[in-house]
Design a protein. Structure first.
Length: 460
């Protein structure tokens, strides 16, 4: 009994030590990620890219199938079943015509194996054109995967910069709230001292303005939470995962923006949609030729092997007599196979040509609209940069106005309404400044998407 108690006490001590050790372990550090880190994680976790990769694998299997038609095709058939008993004396020295054709008592068993092998020699393009179509189809799916990856990167930019914007707005509201708290304390102090520059209405106004600021703070918090949740979802992280983006701020680095013409040229050269259409046209052209090849025969080399055996049937070695239940034969021949379908081939050719013409129209649409899209993003970028420059000067002057109004109020030289007007102008103009920077960064990301440079950034 004592030994049992000792064991229990030892086990309890071990658990206590383990508990202390676990309690002493520091909490897992939060992941601090940059924009490029978020992009890489989103691309790795994106289910759309898994679907696109499966499409590539499917297209590759079609190419393998098309290549396989170049090789011989072997067909083998085996049979086991009953057969009538037959001996040579039924046909020698004369052929007997009164033999029973079928009788249960005159049955035996036979087994046979028949094999045919076909080696295509020339198909007028049926095989080679389908191989071309499958090869270009793989490139189409690869370009489609690249396009989806660019769209994912574009979304990550939107969520990441939306998160930064929400945090800037929250910080701005907290700054305004701090100013209002200090102003109310000062107003209450002046009111208690019997100053003529403050009355009860000023306190009401300060409290009302503080309520408005609290409302905007809640909106900023909600925006931050939504942007963070969207970013984690896009990156494949659980909703309760800890995520930090560091101390990055919404800023604009003054860099030279390339010309619109260079952006349009880059889009034409690198945009996956253009490559996708070009490869699609090649694939469709090959399918048209493959459909037209059905007008012509297939030239092939064929081989035949046939064997059958039955122990109750004598083998007849006479080329004029063929016994399907007991024989051995083989041969090779040059052949041609030609299908005449009276209009079906023509309809298939017309269908493939219609698909080809459809892609031609898609190319014309892309040629006209992609440059227009690039120009829109470019103008958004220029507008956002100019707006940020203008709003920066405006909010800096509004801040000076607010500082002066607060100082005058502190010394009893100005009314409280000057603080309200200055803070309202300052918060509005600084918010516009951050929105302009956000618009600038989104426009830059859109231009990266439009020119297939998803990891490039104007801030770098």
């Amino acid at each position: 009994m004592k030994s049992f108690l000792c064991i229990c006490m030892a086990v309890g001590a071990l658990f206590a030590v383990a508990g202390v050790a676990l309690a002493a372990e520091p909490p897992a550090p939060k992941a601090v990620l940059t924009l490029d880190d978020c992009i890489r994680m989103a691309l790795k976790a994106a289910p759309e890219l898994g679907e696109a990769q499966s499409d590539i694998a499917l297209a590759t299997s079609k190419l393998d199938e098309a290549k396989s038609y170049r090789f011989p095709k072997l067909e083998l058939t085996t049979l086991v079943g009953p057969a009538p008993i037959a001996y040579k004396d039924s046909i020698t020295p004369v052929i007997k015509t009164d033999e029973t054709l079928f009788s249960i008592n005159a049955l035996t068993w036979f087994t046979s194996a028949d094999a045919t092998i076909i080696q295509p020699l020339y198909t007028f393009g049926k095989i080679s054109e389908n191989m071309k179509a499958a090869t270009h189809g793989i490139e189409v799916d690869r370009s489609r995967k690249e396009q989806r990856a660019n769209e994912i990167v574009q979304k990550v930019h939107e969520y990441y910069n939306g998160l930064l914007l929400a945090r800037e707005m929250k910080e701005l509201v907290l700054e305004v709230q701090e100013i209002l708290v200090n102003a109310r304390e000062k107003a209450q102090k002046l009111l208690d001292q019997g100053s003529d520059t403050v009355d009860e209405m000023d306190l009401y106004k300060l409290d009302a303005f503080s309520g408005v600021a609290a409302k905007y703070l809640e909106e900023a918090k909600k925006g931050e939470a939504l942007a963070l949740a969207a970013l984690k979802s896009r990156m494949g992280m659980p909703a309760d995962a800890q995520l930090e983006t560091g101390n990055e701020r919404l800023v604009i680095v003054d860099v030279e923006i390339p010309s619109l013409k260079s952006y349009i040229e880059s889009a034409r050269l690198r945009r996956p949609e253009f490559h996708q259409i070009a490869e699609g046209l090649k694939a469709r052209a090959a399918l048209v030729e493959a459909a037209k090849a059905n007008y012509y025969p297939d030239i092939f080399l064929g081989g035949l092997f046939s064997w059958a055996y039955s122990d109750e049937r004598d083998r007849i070695k006479n080329p004029y007599i063929y016994d399907q239940f007991n024989h051995l034969s083989a041969g090779i021949a040059l052949g041609a196979r030609w299908k005449l379908d009276f209009g079906i081939t023509g309809a298939k050719v017309a269908g493939e040509r219609a698909q080809y013409n459809r892609l031609l129209s898609t190319r014309e649409f892309a040629d006209a609209n992609v440059p227009l899209q690039v120009e829109k993003y470019y103008l958004d970028l220029i507008e956002a940069r100019n707006s940020a420059t203008a709003s920066r000067g405006a909010y800096l002057n509004a801040k000076k106005w607010a500082v002066t109004a607060i100082a005058n109020f502190d010394f009893g030289l100005g009314p409280a309404k000057d603080i309200f007007e200055a803070l309202q102008a300052y918060s509005s103009m600084r918010a516009d400044f951050f929105k302009s920077i956000y618009n600038y960064r989104i426009a830059a990301a859109n231009l990266d998407y439009a020119t297939n440079e998803p990891l490039r950034s104007l801030e770098k």
